[in-house]
Design a protein around this ligand. Structure first.
Ligand SMILES: Nc1ncnc2c1ncn2[C@@H]1O[C@H](COP(=O)(O)OP(=O)(O)OP(=O)(O)O)[C@@H](O)[C@H]1O
Ligand SMILES: [Mg+2]
Length: 223
């Protein structure tokens, strides 16, 4: 892909910090709250069951409990931010990548490498970036490595006016792929950031390049 061929459309516009309506915000909070409660409830049920279990079952239940806790952490990292304002995007992605790695990658021998440079974004736009990166990592985990391990690399390359985010893997992909829900959501999210995403799949692995305008006011105010 030639990076400069992507039409970024809204680069001359002031980036809007929050495009989510109050009702949508409330519904997201309810959804997130309910999922948290359900994770807590499932973890609690396992704890109770473990009390009367034999040693072997206790070990198995502890592993399930630990797994659920890691899923809850990923869910927490991907929740909609409570507050407007700006965040350190690199720190946010670091925390997200660590949670995803612990929850699903380490046990499969998949290494997740994050290469980043600190820059600031509006919290809600940063959340959307996190959702995109999360789906791209999930895709690599599900489709790239068959049964073996591998490497997923997430690179954040901020410049004054644009941010480039690359997610690559060293797995094997089919040249002809059919988009499911995930990639359609990723494309819509990229567009909502005022950017675009380009993906290639091949025998050497997959490459996704997302480019979107930087939150210049976030950098000036807080950077
Ligand atoms: N990293 C990757 N390596 C190889 N193939 C990939 C990779 N990412 C995506 N693909 C291919 O692109 C297809 C579409 O991905 P997409 O995320 O839209 O759907 P999905 O992952 O199959 O299902 P879901 O809707 O649950 O996300 C996949 O089915 C897969 O064939
Ligand atoms: Mg997917």
């Amino acid at each position: 892909m030639k990076d400069n061929t992507i039409d970024l459309g809204r680069t001359d516009e002031k980036v809007v910090a929050s495009e989510v309506s109050e009702v949508a915000r409330l519904l997201f909070r309810e959804f997130s709250h309910r999922i948290n409660n359900e994770f807590a409830s499932a973890i609690g049920v396992i704890s109770v069951a473990a009390r009367s279990a034999n040693d072997e079952a206790k070990v198995a239940l502890a592993a399930v409990q630990d797994q659920l806790q890691t899923y809850a952490l990923v869910h927490h990292a991907l929740r909609m931010p409570e507050h407007a304002g700006c965040v350190d995007a690199a720190a946010y992605l670091r925390q997200l990548c660590r949670a995803i790695s612990r929850s699903r990658l380490e046990s499969r021998g998949i290494e997740l490498l994050l290469v980043e440079r600190t820059f600031r974004m509006h919290s809600e736009r940063c959340w959307r970036l996190g959702l995109i990166v999360s789906e791209l990592i999930t895709n690599a985990e599900r489709h790239a490595f068959r049964n073996g391990g591998g490497m997923i690399r997430v690179e954040l390359l901020p410049s004054l006016s644009f941010v480039e985010c690359r997610v690559t893997d060293n797995g094997t992909g089919e040249a002809n792929t059919y988009p499911g829900h995930g990639l359609k959501i990723v494309e819509a999210l990229a567009k909502s950031l005022g950017g675009a995403i380009d993906q290639h799949f091949g025998p050497q692995g997959a490459t996704a390049v997302l480019i979107f305008p930087a939150d210049i006011d976030a950098t000036e105010r807080l950077g």
